[in-house]
Structures are given as structure tokens and as C-alpha cells.
Ligand binder design. Structure first.
Ligand code: PLP
Length: 372
């Protein structure tokens, strides 16, 4: 039985052309901090990767900081922002745990945290956001697109609103690369988090874009790497892979988003036609490959396991939370009951997904749900 991967939002496999680029970096012996020839070669390769990422994002190379992934970028943005005593950090209720758990930790350290509610469709509630912004807020963090529902947030409007009030805006754009235009990702934000493994690049490499005017304190103490803010010998193969995968994702973006959205819509219409009581979670603009569905079953966990046995990879909530039996915090924030959230699964299509995969997956899912 052919396995069908409908869990691309959790991670993607390394593109072979990216691996090829990375192998050149693995072959380099030098440490980029060394002053000899091998060191200079390694530094040049790292800086070429940084410039490539900066050009794609339409920011300066000096604004691109390599990290170990989306989680680290989110931690850095929230933990190291310069703020006065008593100033709040506001985060949306549907952020990834990399943001939410960091905010919870900050709260324990005495930093006032505001949680921004979302509407039933999954976008941030604007009137409540405006109320929060009337207070003493240092930074707002709202993700570009949600990892569970794929719902795209109005980050342009949020960024403009924050900037009118002199408030910094951080956005976690980890899920958006390859779906939304690269140049738009940093257009209205002061800080932007990205992660290589979500767009067919390597795992363990990410970027935090820190615009020039933003003051972030040092995140890792040690050497002078990443302009003295994030110490540690740089992951050059990772940076090279990140840049190569990002360039490839951007070059394929228009064709792939159209192809994948059509497949996703075909998948959903087959399921809706066969399963009365099925509901979609999330309204409005969505990432092309995401489909978050509430099934007419009692136990989503059992459904997920039965689908696994039927050769389908899907997910309940985010990959990082999938060990937990708690219903998704994202769906609860959108107003679903615990039962509805627990009966919901995320399917996410990707570059390798074909029409045959979609038709076969829909058939298997319908059969499993009808047998429950
Ligand atoms: N932010 C979002 C929206 C994500 O989807 C993820 C990963 O699932 C992360 C952050 C964490 O990224 P990483 O796995 O690179 O640490």
C-alpha cells in the first residue's frame, strides 16, 4: 500500500538540489571566524547565503540573522526585545507554542503579557487588538499564517496599526514561505521568524530578520558571531541549504500554489460530498495546502490512528504538540468545543502531492470515517 503524505506542514523532505548545494559547504574545512584562507572561504560562503536570503526578502544582509530554527527565532524576538518596565508584549491566542510558551515564561518573570483573541474564522479580532494597542505595549506578535488552519492573518494592517503607535511588530512567517510572496514577508514587520525545514530545506536552521532600527539584546553569549548577538560557530551547510531552498520555493511559488490549492479544493469537495456533518475549520484566505477539518466522529485520535493504518499521514494540531492529548489551543481559541477540536484533523499537501494521491486519500478517509 502506497503511503500518502498529507503532513507537509509538520516538515518537508530535503530537495535533492538543496542537498547538492549543501554538500559543497560540508566539504569546506574552515571556521568562518578564522583569519586564514580556509576561514575566509567559509565566511564568504556564509555571507553569500545571507545575501541571497536578504535579496529574496528585500532586506539588508545585515538584517538577516541565522538561528537554529523557527523556535529559536521566536524565542529570541520575544525574550530579547528592549522594553521599559511595565510595557506589555501582546501575542495572538493562536500562535505556535514557540511564541505562546515563551510568552508564558516571560509572564512568570514579571513581564505583562496580553493574549489577543481571534474570531471564529481564525483571524485576530481587530477591535480587541485596537483596545490592547491603546495601552502601554512594546511589541505585538501575530503569525503570518497559522500552522494548523492555514488561515492568513492581516499582517499588513496589523503592522501599520502597530507602527502608527510606535509599537514593534513581530511575525512568525514559518509556514508562509513558498505560499506568500517572499518580498512581502518583511514589508510590514520589524522582526520576522523563518524555518528551513518547512520549505524543503534542512532541519535545524532558521532566520530571524531584525530590521536595522530594532534593538534586540544578545541571545547567546560567547563569541562574536552574528554581529555579536548570537554566539556559536555558524551552521554553514544549513545556511547554504536555507538560501537554496528559499530561492527554489520562491521560483516555484506561483505555479505550485495554484496547483496545490486546486488539489486541496478537490480533496475537500470529495470529502464534503461523502461525509455529512463534516466541517471546515478556518475561513477566508488560507495557505494553499492546508485543510483543517472537523469530522463527525467522537475521537479524532482514533481517526488519526486508523488513517495511519490506512497509509495516510495527517496530524492533530501542530507536530510539536502531537504527543499531547489536549485539544488544539488554536481551535479552542476559535470557539470550537473540546469535543469538536478533538474530532479535527489537519491535512497538508505539498510539492510531491499528485491528483492520484488526493483521490486515493479521499477514498481511504471516507472509508475509515464511515466505518467508525
Ligand atoms: N512557528 C510555526 C508557525 C511553526 O509551524 C513551527 C513548526 O512547526 C515553528 C514555529 C517551529 O519551527 P522549528 O521547527 O524550526 O523550530
Amino acid at each position: 500500500m502506497k503511503r500518502i503524505n498529507l503532513d507537509h506542514a509538520a516538515t518537508t523532505s530535503l530537495d535533492p538540489s538543496v542537498l547538492q548545494e549543501m554538500s559543497k559547504a560540508f566539504a569546506l574545512p574552515g571556521n568562518p571566524s578564522a583569519l586564514h584562507n580556509s576561514g575566509r572561504e567559509a565566511r564568504a560562503m556564509l555571507e553569500r547565503a545571507r545575501s541571497k536570503v536578504a535579496a529574496l526578502l528585500d532586506v539588508l544582509p545585515g538584517e538577516v540573522y541565522f538561528t537554529s530554527g523557527g523556535t529559536e527565532s521566536d524565542n529570541w524576538a520575544l525574550r530579547c526585545i528592549a522594553r521599559d518596565d511595565g510595557q506589555q508584549i501582546a501575542v495572538s491566542a493562536i500562535e505556535h507554542h514557540a511564541v505562546l510558551h515563551t510568552a508564558e515564561w516571560l509572564k512568570k518573570q514579571g513581564v505583562p503579557i496580553a493574549i489577543l483573541p481571534v474570531q471564529p474564522g481564525g483571524t485576530v479580532d481587530f477591535s480587541l487588538l485596537k483596545e490592547t494597542l491603546a495601552g502601554n505595549v512594546a511589541m505585538v506578535s501575530v503569525m503570518t499564517a497559522n500552522n494548523e488552519t492555514g488561515v492568513i492573518q492581516p499582517v499588513e494592517e496589523i503592522g501599520l496599526l502597530c507602527h502608527e503607535k510606535g509599537i514593534l511588530f513581530h511575525t512568525d512567517a514559518v509556514q508562509a514561505v513558498g505560499a506568500l510572496q517572499a518580498k512581502a514577508l518583511c514589508a510590514h514587520a520589524d522582526l520576522v521568524s523563518l524555518s528551513g525545514h518547512k520549505f524543503y530545506g534542512p532541519k535545524g536552521i532558521g532566520v530571524l530578520v531584525i530590521r536595522r532600527h530594532v534593538k534586540l539584546t544578545r541571545f547567546m553569549h560567547g563569541g562574536a558571531q552574528e554581529r555579536g548577538l548570537r554566539a556559536g560557530t555558524e551552521n554553514i551547510p544549513g545556511a547554504v541549504g536555507f538560501a537554496a531552498a528559499f530561492a527554489l520555493a520562491e521560483s516555484l511559488r506561483e505555479a505550485e500554489t495554484e496547483r496545490i490549492a486546486k488539489l486541496r479544493d478537490r480533496f475537500e469537495s470529495q470529502l464534503f460530498a461523502a461525509l455529512p456533518g463534516l466541517r471546515r475549520n478556518g475561513e477566508g484566505a488560507r495557505l494553499p495546502g492546508h485543510s483543517n477539518l472537523c469530522f463527525p466522529v467522537r475521537d479524532g485520535r482514533a481517526l488519526l490512528m486508523r488513517l495511519d493504518m490506512a497509509g495516510i499521514d495527517a496530524s492533530a494540531g501542530s507536530a510539536c504538540a502531537s504527543g499531547s492529548t489536549e485539544p488544539s489551543h488554536v481551535l479552542l481559541a476559535m470557539g470550537l468545543s473540546r469535543e469538536e477540536a478533538q474530532a479535527s484533523l489537519r491535512f497538508s499537501l505539498g510539492r510531491g502531492t499528485t491528483e492520484d494521491d488526493i483521490d486515493e486519500a479521499a477514498l481511504r478517509i471516507i472509508r475509515v470515517v464511515q466505518s467508525m
